[in-house]
Design a protein around this ligand. Structure first.
Ligand SMILES: [Cu+2]
Length: 69
């Protein structure tokens, strides 16, 4: 299991946090998700055999938010 924390821009309320949490949890291989608004971040534990950071990033950007390095 790997854990990564990504900075997420564009979340403004609890609804955004819920959306980002939902799209991340929907990815097969994602075990645990912790999204915070302040600071905007998503901490994700995942099985690196089943998914990876590119998939996590695209799920967030497809939901309408930005992942910053
Ligand atoms: Cu919102």
């Amino acid at each position: 299991m790997e854990t990564v924390t990504m900075s997420v821009e564009g979340m403004t309320c609890g609804g955004c946090v819920a959306s980002v949490t939902r799209v991340l949890k929907a990815i097969p291989g994602v075990a645990d998700v912790d999204v915070t608004l302040e600071p905007g971040a998503a901490k994700v534990s995942f099985d690196s055999q089943r998914t990876g950071i590119p998939a996590l990033r695209s799920a967030i950007t497809e939901a309408g938010y930005d992942v910053v390095d």
